[in-house]
Design a protein around this ligand. Structure first.
Ligand code: NDP
Ligand code: MG
Length: 379
């Protein structure tokens, strides 16, 4: 009997890669539900190909489509909790993915999580939902998948430190003055990965890496103080785990999201897949590592500070960033202002006294930070 999968955000970069992986694993998995936001045509094409029991379009207007289809935000939870679904791949971008993650975990599903914003906003709530419903989170993010593969089978007390790698994005070697005026097209030119727009901008500011440090805290129960980041421009080593005896394991491969997606679907097992490019050390060539320069990536520094503060500070950091990135993509602010806006929002309401253990508190902090970010952008 094959395993039922829901692909939330099937029209996005992660969603499309997931369907590519599933196309090679048809005897193990079947697509039960897919959802999109605005890309109606691609969603219809995917529905035609996969014939899922459920198709949801968030921005589909008020007219109800035919049987097995649903419009509006509620389609996400409906897809995530569908009775024939065992694994939910959450490939939604941003805070919009939170409710579906919580609902899937409460319903006892495995969530193969790409939507890192969910864990950053509400890590404690997500962990609680998994405990309540018996669901589990398996990371899709390549660095976290790497760490999971390195620590699988080890006791948490044996783990000393994690090292996440970062490509450094398109501006790694640019002068800071030039970076602050970078255009949208320049920010979207990622050197090693092809991804959605939001995460590509996050990779240029290195906000993405700060989000990943916070994500790793929740996934592996390791404090941010024991999570380091190193710049590795080739994106061949995805993450390292250092153990208490000093031994270090790393996971290696050419950059593709298909491998971490497949591993999240089959974890803890491995299955054959001929579609993934085999690693060749000679073709990979020289691998280099550099320290992260905090002056070049100020938003990363603010994100680490949010990790230190804890409570709702990570939710505020995430919300301020979502607003700033959107404004940058709309060409309403310069690239340099993204970090400045995030910094101002966290300085105004750091979330220091808020625990972030109730959904209301997290959503209020998220809304407050969005308002402050919009105000900061106008001043
Ligand atoms: P994309 O922008 O390519 O795709 C986003 C998907 O989410 C689309 O299907 C989009 O629908 C849908 N969507 C957008 N807004 C909403 C909303 N408000 N409600 C419901 N659905 C929505 O992003 P990516 O695939 O690149 O990234 C998705 C997530 O995965 C992000 O959290 C990112 O950080 C993470 N991630 C991505 C990686 C990658 O390689 N791309 C790597 C590691 C993590 P539509 O297109 O129909 O409008
Ligand atoms: Mg990543």
């Amino acid at each position: 009997m094959s395993v039922g999968v829901a692909v939330l955000g099937s029209t996005g970069s992660i969603g499309r890669s997931t369907l590519q992986v599933l196309a090679r694993q048809r005897e193990r998995f079947r697509v039960v539900a897919i959802t999109g936001h605005s890309n109606k045509d691609l969603l219809a094409q995917q529905a035609q190909e996969w014939k899922p029991a459920f198709v949801g379009l968030v921005n589909g207007g008020s007219r109800e489509p035919g049987a097995g289809s649903r419009n509006g935000t509620s389609c996400l939870v409906e897809a995530a909790t569908h009775p024939d679904v065992q694994i939910v791949v959450n490939g939604i971008v941003g805070a919009a993915g939170l409710e579906a993650t919580l609902a899937a975990l409460r319903a006892g599903k495995r969530v193969a999580l790409a939507n890192k914003e969910t864990l950053v906003m509400a890590g404690a709530l997500v962990a609680e939902a998994a405990r309540q419903g018996g669901g589990e989170i398996v990371p899709v993010d390549s660095e976290h998948s790497a760490v999971l593969q390195c620590v699988a089978g080890r006791r948490p007390t044996e783990l000393a430190r994690l090292i996440l790698t970062a490509s450094g994005g398109p501006f790694r070697t640019w002068e800071p003055e030039r970076v602050s005026k970078a255009t949208v097209a320049e920010a979207l030119k990622h050197p090693t990965w092809t991804m959605g727009k939001k995460i590509t901008v996050d990779s240029a500011t290195l906000v993405n890496k700060a989000l990943e440090v916070i994500e790793a805290q929740f996934l592996f129960d390791v404090s941010y103080e024991r999570i380091d980041v190193v710049i590795h421009p080739q994106s061949v080593i995805h993450g390292f785990a250092e153990f208490v005896d000093g031994s270090v394991l790393a996971q290696v491969g050419f950059p593709t999201m298909e491998l971490p997606i497949l591993y999240a679907l089959t974890y803890p097992d491995r299955v054959p897949d001929q579609g993934i490019r085999r690693f060749d050390p000679v073709a990979a060539g020289t691998l280099t590592f550099e320290a992260l320069d905090p002056h070049r990536f100020p938003a990363y520094v603010v994100g680490r500070e949010a990790a230190r503060v804890g409570g709702t500070a990570p939710a505020r950091f995430n919300a301020a960033n979502e607003v700033a990135v959107q404004l940058f993509l709309e060409e309403q602010i310069t690239f340099g202002r993204i970090a400045e806006i995030i910094e101002r929002v966290l300085a105004e309401g750091s979330g220091e006294k808020e625990e972030g253990t109730s959904l209301e508190e997290v959503l209020a902090a998220d809304a407050d930070a969005r308002r402050l970010a919009r105000e900061a952008a106008c001043s």
